[in-house]
Every structure is written in C-alpha cells, then in structure tokens.
Design a protein around this ligand. Structure first.
Ligand SMILES: *Cc1c(COP(=O)(O)O)cnc(C)c1O
Length: 374
C-alpha cells in the first residue's frame, strides 16, 4: 500500500535514540535544549519551545496569548481540528473565515470576522503554502490581536525572504512532528517566538506552571523549593524524542529537496490533464509541500478516483472536512453554509502520496493511475 504520507528514518536516527536511552536523562535532560536551540537556529527565531505534540503547541500558544473564556479566535475551516479546538480548550470560541482557491484563509474575510471579543488569529499554512501573512499581520496590529501561525504543514517553507517560523509576521508559530509531517519525533511539537516574555510563559505552562528559577520564587522555603504559579500542564517532550528530532532536523534540507522534486514531477504529469487543477505557485514564496493536493470536478469524481486508486494499492486522503461540519461543532451550533468556498473546496480535493521515502517507481504508478482514470 502506498500511503499519502509517512516518516523516513535511517540508522543515524535509530542510533541517536539508542544513545538517549542509554544516557542519564530520559526527559528534562540536555537533549531538549539542544533540540530547541538547533530548531531556532535552523529557522531563525529567537526562541523555540519543544512540546509533546502540535496540538499541545496550539493550546500553550493560546494560553500564553492570554486567550480566555468568552473570547474568540479566528481560524481557517480547512485545517486539522486542533487549530480550532485549541480555543475551545481555553473556554473561548473559534470563528471561521473562508478560504481562497488554494485553501488558505482570506485576510479580507478575517478582517470581517473580527468582533470585540476576538483575541487571536490562527492562520494555517495549508498543505505547506504560506498564508498572506503580511496582510494578516497588518490586520492584527490594527486591532491589537495576537497571531499564532499554524505551520504544522510548512516546516521549510519561505515567505517573502523570511523563513516560516522565524516569526517575522506572527507572535508565535507552531509545528508538529507527527510521522506524516516534515520531520518526526513520533509525537512532538514546537512553538517558536521572538518574544522573551511569551517564551517564558510557554515554558512555565508546559511544565505544570511550576518554576525553580531562583529569581522568580520566594527564598523562605529552602534550596529545594519550587513554586506553582499558575495552572499548567505536562506538555514536555522527552529526551528520547528530542534525540530523534535533532537527528531528523539534519535531514530537513534533503527531505525538502525530495518533496519539491516529487511536486515538480506531479506538476508536469498533470499539467496537460484538464480534469485536474493543481497549485499554480506564487511569487515570493516557497511551498513546503506537506501535501500534494489536486482538485477534480466534483465530489462524485473524487469518490470514484479515490476508490480507483485504492484498488491499485494507493491510499490517498482528503484534507480536510471543514472543521465546523464535524458533529461536535454541529452540537455547538455551527452550521453548514458558514464558509461556502471551503465546502466546495472540500468536495473536490484529494491529497496524493507525498513523502521523501516515496520511490520513483511508486510515484510513476500514482501518476499513471490518476491519468489513466481520466
Ligand atoms: C498535524 C497538525 C496539527 C496537530 O499536530 P499533532 O502533533 O498531531 O497534535 C495541528 N494543525 C495542523 C494543520 C496539523 O496538520
């Protein structure tokens, strides 16, 4: 079976993990800082905070921004549920702004969705394409809002000479290290920021809200003293996972090269096929191609294509059902028709296999099967 995405691990990764297992620290050890420092240096942010997964990264970022009950976030409907759920975790309510033809949140509709209660904007670099971040930043500055960029798809992407995650346009950017993402730690995530204050809040809440920092706690109790200053969580990433992350990060340039080569080959193969619409590219940005998304005429064609590919051992996926159409969101009162463009987009999309370990012969099989179907 050829999946739509999966990890690539080699003996260096395995050795790094084994070394961590043999070391003194399985968690809260030196590999955490080493991974964070390497990640921040790679991306060009001042700070990076490693966390247990991308969802925890979103939750922590929302908490660090001060999002609270009764307030609102604005995000894209075409994303993984976590981009919206993180607001619900804080007792806040996500609002959805509709998308453009590439599945990216439309800044003008973000602006329209802002109310007195809005506190954060969570743009999603869907499939690996950076959003219109300059426009979103401008709107956020105008209204005093925090931008938490969900770059779970976009490690390695570039936007107007900036690297996604360097936080030129966002207050915080989050990444995921789930096996289908650009690099993996099994489960894992990262928040990058250039704000010392946000970084300190993220670190505090990541670990129960407890600090040992002698500058921040009372000196009455004794040298063993640690203090819980707010209600935090255990969202730490282990040294075992960080060891894998450090090793995987070294491969990011080669992973990107492979993803771009795969995308180019698909582009060329589908350019002449009038039944398929593909991403056209844009000036001043680099798509990191977490996903290779094609659009077909309608939902019936999509279902038939999905099944035809499946019968040939090619397991595609659909990213995503508009978040608010999930039954849980229906129960909260969200209704069909909220974002008509997203609903139409959803009906037509299919994510083809895209991952560094995809062999040439496998990709040719996918191409022949897709073009053959039409
Ligand atoms: C993967 C993903 C997440 C969540 O990451 P996990 O590590 O799986 O918790 C959040 N947002 C988007 C857009 C994602 O694709």
């Amino acid at each position: 079976m050829i999946p739509y995405g999966k990890q690539f691990l080699d003996n260096l990764d395995i050795k790094a993990v084994v070394d961590a297992l043999k070391s003194d620290f399985l968690t809260t050890g030196p590999r955490v800082k080493e991974f964070e420092d390497a990640f921040a240096a790679n991306i060009g942010s001042k700070y990076a905070v490693a966390v247990s997964n991308g969802t925890a990264a979103l939750h922590l970022a929302c908490l660090a921004s001060g999002l609270k009950a009764g307030e609102k976030s604005i995000t894209s409907p075409i994303t993984f549920a976590a981009s919206a759920n993180c607001a619900l975790y804080c007792g806040a309510k996500p609002a959805f702004a509709d998308i453009d033809e590439d599945g990216l949140i439309d800044p003008q509709l973000v602006k329209k969705a802002i109310s007195k209660k809005t506190k954060v904007i969570i743009p999603v670099d869907y499939s690996g394409i950076p959003c219109e971040l300059d426009a979103i930043r401008e709107i956020a500055d105008e209204k005093g809002l925090t931008v938490i960029e969900d770059a779970a798809h976009a490690l390695g992407a570039k936007y107007k000479k900036t690297v996604i995650g360097d936080c030129t346009y966002s207050d915080m950017t989050i990444f995921s290290f789930h096996p289908v993402k650009h690099i993996t730690t099994g489960e894992g995530g990262m928040v990058t920021t250039n704000s010392k204050e946000l970084c300190e809040r993220l670190r505090l809440i990541r670990s129960h809200g407890i600090t040992k920092d002698p500058k921040k706690i009372s000196d009455k109790e004794g040298p063993w003293h640690q203090e819980m200053q707010e209600l935090g969580f255990n969202y730490r990433l282990t040294d075992i996972q960080c060891a894998l992350g450090i090793s995987q990060l070294k491969k990011l340039p080669s992973f990107m090269k492979k993803r771009l080569a795969i995308a180019k080959r698909y582009d060329e193969a589908f350019k002449g096929n009038e039944n398929i619409a593909i991403y056209e590219g844009a000036k001043d940005l680099l798509n990191a191609y977490h996903l290779y998304v094609i659009k077909v005429k309608d939902s019936t064609t999509r279902l038939r294509l999905f099944n035809a590919l499946k019968s040939k051992g090619i397991l595609c996926q659909v990213h995503y059902l508009p978040v608010y159409l999930h039954p849980y969101y229906g129960g909260l009162g969200y209704k069909e028709g909220c974002c008509p463009k997203a609903e139409r987009f959803y009906e037509r999309i299919l994510s083809l296999p895209m991952y560094p370990a995809l062999a040439d012969e496998e990709q040719y099989r996918v191409i022949e099967s897709v073009n053959g179907f039409f």
